[in-house]
Design a protein around this ligand. Structure first.
Ligand SMILES: C[S@@+](CC[C@H](N)C(=O)[O-])C[C@H]1O[C@@H](n2cnc3c(N)ncnc32)[C@H](O)[C@@H]1O
Length: 234
């Protein structure tokens, strides 16, 4: 492991805006802060927004700057990437930002019903061969449903057309409301300051000339979300 990485890990342990729960405290059990983020951490009732697979946390920090009246939690398993966003948030005294280092597979251990208002998924690993691991698979969407408010939305930004189409298909199949959908975001009519935040991975794809896709949808039906028939989740 590089020196830089080791130094970052050591620093991350000292950052008071980063939580790194032990696996044994979270696997198949509720973590201590589940249901308590508003009261004990942010100390306000402002909406809480998650960024899943946040990497260096460009959306967590970028949105946090634009919306001081909302709270943001960046989630990723990689500490040395998260260090970048956490450091910037600390240096700018951003009290509306936290980072959580964990696996998204156990996300239900961390948030209670209606605790979360919005979810951003930014350039996730597409997991084309392992449907169940896709962050917009039925399995994950059903997990998000347990804590996302009924009026909440999920945003997916990706360069991967197959993942974008899969997500659109699962939304359609399950009668989820698709609020916005673009297959070439930066050549579309959408002119949004929020969508113009660029992540580290996004910049690499843009440098290669790849179109960036975007879809925003709700999880607003009461049924269990099913995978597309022809793509059994494995
Ligand atoms: C392709 S990177 C994108 C990072 C960042 N969002 C960006 O756009 O630059 C995917 C990120 O998701 C994280 N990740 C992938 N699977 C994960 C999982 N199951 N739980 C937590 N983090 C995960 C990886 O560690 C990585 O930082």
């Amino acid at each position: 492991m590089g020196q830089n990485k080791l130094e970052r890990f050591a620093e991350l342990n000292e950052f008071d805006n980063v939580f790194q729960p032990a696996f044994d405290d979270t696997f198949r059990k509720d973590w201590v802060l589940k249901g308590k983020w508003h009261k004990e951490i942010f100390k306000n009732d402002n909406p809480i927004v998650l960024e899943l697979g946040c990497g260096k946390g460009e959306y967590t920090v970028g949105l946090g700057k634009r919306y001081p009246d909302k709270n943001f939690i960046g989630i990723d398993i990689k500490g040395n990437r998260m260090w970048v966003g956490a450091k910037e948030a600390l240096e700018n005294d951003m009290n509306n930002i936290r980072f959580l280092r964990t696996r998204i597979e156990i996300i239900e251990s961390f948030f209670a019903e209606n605790e979360i208002s919005e979810i951003w998924i930014t350039f996730p690993d597409p997991q084309l061969k392992r449907g169940k691991k896709r962050l917009t698979s039925a399995r994950f969407l059903n997990a998000y449903k347990t804590f996302l408010r009924k009026d909440g939305v999920v945003h997916l930004k990706t360069d991967n057309r197959e993942l974008h189409d899969f997500t659109n298909e699962i939304a359609k199949l399950n009668n989820l409301s698709v609020v916005a959908k673009e297959t070439d975001l930066y050549n579309s009519d959408i002119d949004s300051d929020i969508l113009a935040i660029k992540t580290y991975y996004e910049q690499q794809y843009l440098n290669q000339g790849l179109p960036i896709t975007y879809i925003q949808f709700g999880l607003n039906n009461n049924e269990l979300i099913n995978p597309p028939f022809d793509k059994e989740e494995k």
